[in-house]
Write a protein that binds this ligand. Structure first.
Ligand code: URA
Length: 210
């Protein structure tokens, strides 16, 4: 992928995102829309996967037909909101290997602290897609990608639903080799670190915890 930031401006994605932003949208509706959008984002995020050919037989003839080359994709969800994107992508790429990164923010240092980390073996040879719906300050995404690189990943892409300019800049500074695929680049972060206009707390809206 050539660009550092790709915005998926397909009308269906933009329409569904508007429904997600609307505060009257239900928890079930929000979750369903996120699942649907995740598949459009995944379509873009997987565009660069290498293909090879294999011989198959159709009912009419033999042919060399394209299939995805190399090791299976790795999907890594940043807990907990990343799971809302993960499910839809897994429907499209059911053989993908799956990992999870759990981080919380230390109230004193304000730095992300790891509480869970389990990722597939052999990340060196896999295209790795890290999923988290909201790229806000970029602190947790940058920390998660640091850990994923330490675990061996070399070919990483970050997929989110909404990005703030601050988060994009932070990611570009820390991980210029990691392209970002998102549905929208919003205006700014407020003083509590929420994306504006945004959609609120993605985890709460997805799981009905507020
Ligand atoms: N995380 C969220 O869930 N929402 C934001 O606006 C920012 C970070």
């Amino acid at each position: 992928m050539k660009n550092h930031l790709t915005i998926v401006d397909h009308p269906l994605v933009q329409h569904k995102l508007t429904l997600m932003r609307d505060k009257t949208t239900s928890t079930a509706g929000f979750r369903q829309l996120l699942r649907e959008i995740s598949q459009f984002l995944a379509y873009e995020a997987t565009r660069g996967l290498p293909l090879t050919h294999t011989e198959i037989e159709t009912p009419l003839t033999r042919m060399q037909a394209p299939i995805i080359d190399g090791k299976k994709l790795a999907l890594i969800s940043i807990l907990r909101a990343g799971n809302g994107l993960l499910d839809g992508v897994l429907e499209l790429v059911p053989q993908a290997r799956v990992g999870f990164v759990g981080l919380y923010r230390d109230e004193e240092t304000l730095q992300p602290v790891k509480y869970y980390f389990k990722v597939p073996h052999g990340l060196e040879g896999r295209q790795t897609i890290v999923v988290d719906p909201m790229l806000a300050t970029g602190n947790s995404s940058v920390a998660a990608i640091d850990m994923i690189k330490d675990a061996g990943a070399k070919n990483i892409l970050f997929m989110c639903l909404l990005a703030a300019p601050e988060g994009v800049a932070r990611m570009k500074a820390a991980h210029p080799d990691v392209p970002i695929v998102t549905a929208a680049l919003d205006d700014h972060l407020n003083d509590k670190g929420y994306i504006v206009p945004g959609l609120g707390d993605a985890g709460d809206r997805m799981f009905g915890t507020k």
